[in-house]
Design a protein around this ligand. Sequence first.
Ligand code: F6R
Length: 643
Amino acid sequence: MSTENQQFERIPTRIFHNSSDAAQVVAQEIAALIRSRNEAGKKTVLGLATGSTPLPVYKELVRLHREENLSFRDVITFNLDEYHGLTPEHPESYHQFMWQRLFSMVDIPSDQVHVPSGTIPRAEVYEYCDRYEAEIEKAGGLDYQILGIGRTGHIGFNEPGSTRDSKTRLVSLDSLTRRDAARDFLGEANVPRYAITMGVGTILKATQVVLMAWGEAKADVVQQAAEEPPNENLPAGLLQGHPDVRFFIDEPAASALTRIKNPWLVGAMDWTDASIRKAVLWLSNSVEKPILKLQDSDYNECGLGELLTEVGPAYDLNIRVFNQTQHTITGWPGGKPEADDSSRPERAKPFPKRVLVLSPEPADDILCMGGTIHRLNNQGSDVTLAYLTSGNLAVPDSMAQQILSLMSEMEKELDLKKSEEFSLGQIATVLLQELQTPEVEAGDSKSIRQVKSLVRRNEARDASHNLKVEQNKLHFLDLPFYENGRYRAFHPDEKDIAQLVDLLRNIKPHQIFFTGSLSDPGTVSGINFQLLRSALKLLANDDWISNLFLWSYRGVGQEWPLSEIDMAVPLSPDELNLKVEASFQYRSQRRQFPLRDSAHQEIWQQTDELNRNTAGSYDAVGMAEYEAIEAFKQFDLSEIIEL
Ligand code: F6R
């Protein structure tokens, strides 16, 4: 039953603290359904999805099978989709995905498993899809369909434009969807252009539909699907009206829903400092007036009359939020020594501070906080940059090839001495051959991954050199979960945590800058955040921890909204240039395609624009006008541990 604060939601939506809590509930529902149908002597027909989203559900189902006797002997499954053109053996095929993550780990008979085939010749696809539909019907229809959602709003591979009654068919993939899959396929060029997918109509015929979404990247599209009138430009919105559809989402994915974003629009509020700040900044933005010019009438006309009555008048509210916002701005991110720090984001003492910047992969640090790193370092803080993973999975073959060719040619051209058993040049030649005849199925060999790690390491060295950080202040952790995994198949464990614990204990920082708290926990930055959380839990009783301030940067291409910023570090035009120059060093992270639209901006263009926009937002609410700003949100240790 929906409540007052869900009045904007057209689909029943449950918000969970995190994805594992939500996944537990979904897995329990599936288990209960299987058991009750078994008792009634019926089979259970499940509609399954791939991607990162359902992973925690599959993990829990496997646990229930192993530890609580949940049997899949009478379960029939139909997967939503498969890339067209991939063999079942291809590591990125959805066949592989399903067998590795679920089917091979439970007792489901293989003839009860259905994943659309990616190898049906084009001419036979139409008939094949008809048969897929018929098989679902023959099995009795889908009892329970689970879904993820793409950033285009797709469900299955039903991209915008798919109709409500569409059936299983061959579709071409949206360019945003292909870009999102680029990492899995080690480059956008390798992502298939077509897929076979169940239609929206096929999905709507399921008895129960549960759509899950994790992480802030899904927040906007979840809000549109749940709150906006249904239309074919957003296929997930077409689920509205299904008699038994529910959204199960985590807090970051819920952040754009009206009840979270503008809670004063859905009912009475218990006004707190944070919600007052949020409401006033929202108002200033909506009516396009600086904070100090907001009037009673603005509050009343925009649904904030209650705030005015309880905490007003406008003048007092304005001053209060103006000051709070003003106090977030500091040119001294490590604290200003000898200064009154009562209204500064950072303490004056101790000074200088030991600062640890944690970067999920090389480049995150510079792109998100290059200007701040430069300032901290310049102002005397002892800054260490730690790269948690090597980032080698995101280096294109072409880059590795260039370097190996150079090595192999150098040997010939410079006539290097060949006294060693294998010269560098010979090794390079062998690796080059490997790159030229890739075994897509197996992925890169260890040696190629090492070459790619070195590419990123050197980029990180060059970029931090631009910012004048000494080279012995760089730590490359190369966490094992990443080195031994691939996208969507990372298995972090105690070894990763132990490495992080060692680093933290060695440095005993006064400030940690980190990211990933809002990311899907299956992504590299999400995993790194979870590892930091676990490490801090283990260290919670160390002495130095009580002097620790935790600052979070939002992530590449994103910034905190004004109302959540606790520290805003202005950058001068020269500093912004320096940061952009440092970002140039990350050549392996360049887009490999011609610029077609703004989404294809180079990373340094994105970061330049973002930092200028943040300064613009401060200016718009009536603060001083800066060239650019990098922003941070502060977390309490206990808050992090509980996230
Ligand atoms: C997968 C599928 C897709 C995904 C969606 C979200 O079978 O049909 O619709 O659910 O692209 O992907 P993830 O979960 O990787 O964010």
